[in-house]
Design a protein around this ligand. Structure first.
Ligand code: AMP
Length: 288
């Protein structure tokens, strides 16, 4: 709960659902206010975003909303893991002040008819592999920013292209300050993700190959290799050693534009998407 004129009390966050409840809670919330947008099934990655927000903001708000518009298939949406009770317990542990857990109709009321489409940075990689995905992401995040009006919003580098798409939108439309936060990994290197819960035991045992492959690519770059395809090949060679990994793409792109590189002369992003059975995982490492 939010104490009048002060910081949140340790304990339960205020939980609101409708836009009216949200607006009322925001009126009492000390500024600056930091927003951590999530789709729930919270893990240590989300916790790290909240912890960062705590250090910079008087009020920390978390939104929990599984956004139908960013899923390509109904099956993928239906199987997305959900547990509000578990998420609220984690928010309480992390000292979150306010949780906005809206229903689909609270986010997209009758008559809602706007789509936000970010340009070039949204087109390659995930944008190409998942048509409509970033329109769904940008649209829901624009709704969240409009309803919450955060001073700062916290996003993980794990979803590197999403971070760039949201930052582009936030800058172009003067919405808020986007704060990038480092990827949190399991001890074996696997990036934390709500989707990891879908991995079978064998797939889970195989999945750290993603980080090993990216690290092999980075090691080539650290050793002085500047030919981008040689670095991609080093990543692919490690992935090829794992029979359960079905590679969708390996990318070495300009860090800002995400255009594929021939030579690595400046900051670059090494990223990949790989399927293990029906679970699609993404990961990345920055070069420079
Ligand atoms: P999601 O609930 O998967 O939509 O993620 C919500 C936010 O948490 C996004 O900004 C993600 O980039 C971020 N996030 C997800 N996984 C991690 C991770 N392993 N480390 C850091 N941030 C993460």
């Amino acid at each position: 709960m939010i104490e009048k004129g002060g910081r949140a009390r340790a304990g339960e966050p205020a939980v609101v659902r409708t836009r009216a409840e949200l607006a009322a809670a925001l009126e009492a919330a000390p500024r600056p206010l930091g927003l951590v947008p999530t789709m729930g099934w919270l893990h240590a990655g989300h916790r790290s975003l909240v912890a960062r927000a705590r250090t910079e903001c008087a009020t920390v708000a978390v939104s929990i909303f599984v956004n139908p518009r960013q899923f390509g298939s109904q099956a993928d949406l239906a199987k997305y893991p959900r547990s509000e009770a578990r998420d609220l317990a984690i928010c309480a542990e992390e000292g979150v002040d306010l949780v906005w857990a809206p229903g689909v109709d609270d986010v997209y009321p009758a008559g809602f008819d706007t789509t936000v489409r970010v340009g070039a940075v949204a087109r390659p990689l995930e944008g190409a592999a998942r048509p409509g995905h970033f329109e769904g992401v940008a649209t829901v995040v624009a709704v969240l920013f409009g309803a919450v009006r955060p001073d700062r919003a916290y996003f993980g580098m794990k979803d590197a292209q999403q971070l760039r798409v949201i930052a582009r939108m936030a800058t172009d439309l003067s919405l808020t300050t986007v704060v990038p936060c480092p990827t949190v990994r399991e001890p074996d290197g696997l990036a934390m993700s709500s989707r990891n819960v879908h991995l079978s035991l064998a797939e889970r045992a195989a999945a750290p190959v993603l980080h090993r492959a990216l690290a092999a690519g980075r090691a080539r770059w650290e050793a002085g290799e500047r030919d981008a395809e040689a670095i991609r090949d080093a990543v692919r060679a490690v992935l090829a050693g794992e029979p359960l990994a079905r590679v969708e793409y390996v990318s070495l792109a300009d860090d800002a534009t995400l255009a594929e590189l021939d030579r690595v002369e400046g900051p670059a992003l090494l990223s990949l998407a790989v399927r293990f059975g029906s679970t699609r995982l993404i990961d990345n490492l920055a070069l420079g």
